[in-house]
Design a protein around this ligand. Structure first.
Ligand code: ADP
Ligand code: MG
Length: 292
């Protein structure tokens, strides 16, 4: 496309809340046939709240939340923010943390007031040698409702689970319908577990999804689809989405997302409304038609 027609397209996008950072993104958008979407913060609001707390015998709900939130105060993850907010709402006093670590896409670990605390997905706790069988029932019940359940271990023993729910964005169902009408195959990618992913996907009528996807694997999915000849757009908001956004033919970041996601993407949707992708695709088409 000519510099002039690109400028016009970029300007129209900006008016519609769609920031187009590079000419390639605008040129490629009309050819996109496959749209990968992150779940948390992209399809959902990204404002998760604690829905329920399930301590094991031998620990109180308050003590479990106090230990968990002290540790999560060190994390940038939206799930962490939900747990900390719940502790603040209950005016809990949080102990200091040492030896904090947060392996991406897995969970957090550290010493809280002299006790070893770990929080995360079952596979992560299993990796740390924690026996999680007794935590499964409560966690799975929450997942079937579309919530995320994180498991908590204290001193290497199962201590409970915390269910965290995130609302689907009001604009998401309509945007998904419009994206499908525009001929895009939508695939949901999430680091969340299979049961939660399936509950959300079913609610949204998405029949293709991959769960338990680690950050590096999101990028691998993008690359695999590109090798298969698909023209791939990826929409996401998190640090964990950044490699996939950079690898996609068109990376699309949510305006409220993390800086690294926005920097990795060619397009930013200001309000985080996925309908912006439909608008951007129309602009791409109009821009490319103008110069043909
Ligand atoms: P998503 O792709 O849904 O944005 P992530 O890849 O960031 O999710 O995380 C995947 C999973 O790892 C979460 O669903 C959770 O089980 C676990 N996890 C990641 N960070 C944390 C944290 N700070 N506290 C507890 N669990 C976490
Ligand atoms: Mg996300």
């Amino acid at each position: 496309a000519t510099p002039m027609s690109i400028m016009v397209g970029v300007g129209r996008g900006a008016q519609a809340g769609v920031l187009i950072k590079n000419a390639e993104a605008l040129e490629r958008l009309e050819k996109v046939d496959t749209l990968l979407v992150d779940k948390t913060g992209t399809l959902t609001e990204g404002k998760p709240r604690v829905a329920s707390i399930h301590p094991t015998e031998g620990i109180s709900e308050t003590e479990l939340l106090a230990l968990a939130s002290a540790l999560e105060r060190q994390s940038q993850h939206p799930l962490a923010a939900a747990i900390v907010a719940e502790a603040q709402a209950r005016n809990l006093v949080l102990a200091d943390v040492t030896g904090f670590d947060a392996p991406s896409g897995k969970g957090v670990v550290g010493t809280v007031g002299g006790r070893q605390v770990a929080i995360g997905k079952p596979a992560y706790l299993a990796e740390l040698g924690v026996e999680t069988v007794g935590l499964t029932d409560a966690a799975d019940a929450a997942r079937r409702e579309g919530a995320t359940a994180v498991l908590v271990a204290v001193d290497g023993k199962p201590a409970g689970s915390i269910a965290i729910a995130d609302k689907v964005k009001a604009s998401t169902p309509q945007a998904l319908a419009a994206l499908r009408d525009a001929g895009m195959h939508v695939i949901m990618l999430t680091g969340d577990n299979h049961i939660t992913a399936e509950a959300i996907a079913r609610r949204l009528g998405i029949d293709d999804f991959e769960a338990d996807v680690l950050p590096a694997d999101k990028q691998a999915v993008v690359e695999r689809l590109k090798r298969e000849g698909r023209v791939v757009a990826m929409a996401g908001d998190g640090v964990n989405d950044a490699p996939a956004l950079a690898a996609a033919d068109v990376g699309i970041a949510m305006g409220g997302g993390t800086d690294v996601a926005i920097e990795s993407a060619g397009v930013t949707l200001m309000g985080g409304d996925l309908m912006g992708i439909v608008k951007a695709r129309h602009l791409s088409h109009a821009t490319m038609r103008n110069i043909r």
